[in-house]
Design a protein around this ligand. Structure first.
Ligand SMILES: *Cc1c(COP(=O)(O)O)cnc(C)c1O
Length: 404
């Protein structure tokens, strides 16, 4: 096996995946970004500002918490990386803080973003308020109707939310609209993408900003255990940004098993799922070559998951590559398995996780780890936003299981 590093090559590829498959009219925007992002993000001035905001505004380092009762329950050692305690409640803010500083260094005065469930839209609107930057968020009209609280949050933060009425009126259509805006406004606008997807150099930019997660886990585990290397790191994957962040600094340590959990919805073979690696084939989506859920004609399949953040028909090209190399073990969990895992964590540890993160927790039911092993789970977000789904589940299942 060739050494796997997580680094993109000079042409914007991870092995055969990645690249920039874009309309010619978008070329100048991306070229400018590609030419300048490394020099900017590697500069001392950028690093100091980024580190300072992560510390004082986001609240980093996020704790690495040894979950005692959950560890007893599974008879192993489980640590939770508490991205749920970040400002705005998830890992997404790490990326938007990095990108707003990058935008300023590029001289851009206007920010656009796309959002599905609204989590990335809120994280973007937040850093725009912080810096007094104009913010336009594209959102499918159906999602605007489904995700009212996040729409109200974005508006309160000063963003303009533009409902998109084309196609299925969901995330894919919002992304197309944002790309159209960027083509029309190449000089003053920066497009903040929310996961490790899209054309080069976005997957690399977002991976670098999120890699602070595994940088911290290493130092924190060293303190706890006298050893920075756990036996396994487990994360959920939608586009892949929280998983990439949690895995990045472990990619070069083959003794650390990296486990990515996709959303299987009602079941991988039910026709209602979002398990891209399990079901997809190589294809181009949103400007990059990766693995994509598609029908026989290459049309994108509509994904489904109870958790809006995992409801995406593609995956970052880095993960298509890591899967092909066999470096990351891909698994999946159904809606129901994630729900049960969320209730278990809530009742044993007093932590209500995001439904997305609950997919990672669900893997503990599928694999027995031993009492001397150490497992890190990336708790990508908190569950406040998912209360409606949790309450519905309680009603349908007579109060859910009790683990008191
Ligand atoms: C958006 C989101 C995800 C999924 O996105 P990735 O890019 O795969 O990390 C996971 N967890 C939470 C809490 C999210 O908000």
């Amino acid at each position: 096996m060739n050494k796997v590093t997580g680094e993109v090559d000079n042409n914007g590829f991870y092995g055969r995946f990645g690249g920039a498959y874009i309309p010619e009219m978008m070329y100048p925007n991306l070229k400018e970004l590609e030419n300048r992002y490394r020099e900017i993000t590697d500069s001392r001035e950028f690093r100091e500002e980024f580190t300072g905001l992560l510390r004082d505004y986001v609240g980093r380092p996020s704790p690495l918490y040894r979950a005692g009762r959950l560890s007893d329950y599974y008879n192993t050692n489980i640590f939770l990386k508490r991205e749920d305690l970040n400002h705005t409640g998830a890992h997404k803010i790490n990326n938007t803080v990095g990108q707003i500083i990058l935008a300023r260094h590029l001289g851009k005065k206007r920010i656009i973003a796309e959002t599905g469930a609204g989590q990335h839209g809120v994280a973007t609107a937040t850093v725009c308020a912080l810096t007094g930057t104009e913010c336009v968020v594209y959102m499918g009209a159906l999602d605007v109707a489904r995700q009212q609280p996040n729409v109200e949050r974005m508006k309160m933060l000063g963003a303009t939310v533009v409902p998109v009425h084309s196609g299925n009126k969901t995330l894919k259509d919002a992304t197309n609209e944002a790309l159209r805006d960027w083509i029309s406004n190449p000089c003053d606008t920066h497009y903040i993408i929310g996961s490790i997807v899209g054309p080069h150099p976005y997957p690399d930019i977002v991976t670098r900003f999120q890699s602070v997660i595994s940088e911290e886990i290493k130092a924190q585990l060293e303190q706890h255990n006298g050893n920075p290397l756990p036996d396994a790191v487990i994360a959920c994957v939608g586009g892949g940004s929280n998983a990439a962040g949690a895995f990045f600094h472990y990619l070069q340590h083959p003794e650390v098993e990296l486990i990515a959990v996709e959303a299987a919805g009602h079941g991988v073979d039910s026709g209602e799922s979002a398990a891209t690696i399990a079901l997809g084939r190589p294809g181009v989506l949103h400007g990059c070559l990766s693995v994509v859920m598609q029908d026989a004609d290459g049309q994108i399949t509509e994904p489904y998951s109870v958790s809006a953040g995992l409801d995406y028909p593609g995956i970052g090209p880095l993960f298509a590559h890591l899967h092909q190399k066999g470096r990351v073990n891909f698994q999946h969990a159904t809606d129901r398995e994630a729900m049960d895992a969320a209730f278990l964590l809530t009742q044993l540890e007093g932590i209500i996780p995001a439904l997305e993160s609950a997919h990672a927790l669900a893997f503990l039911e599928k694999r027995k780890f031993t009492p001397d092993q150490t497992v890190v789970i990336n708790l990508s977000g908190r569950g406040d936003k998912d209360m409606e789904a949790y309450l519905k589940y309680i009603k349908e299942h007579n109060g859910g299981k009790s683990h008191q």
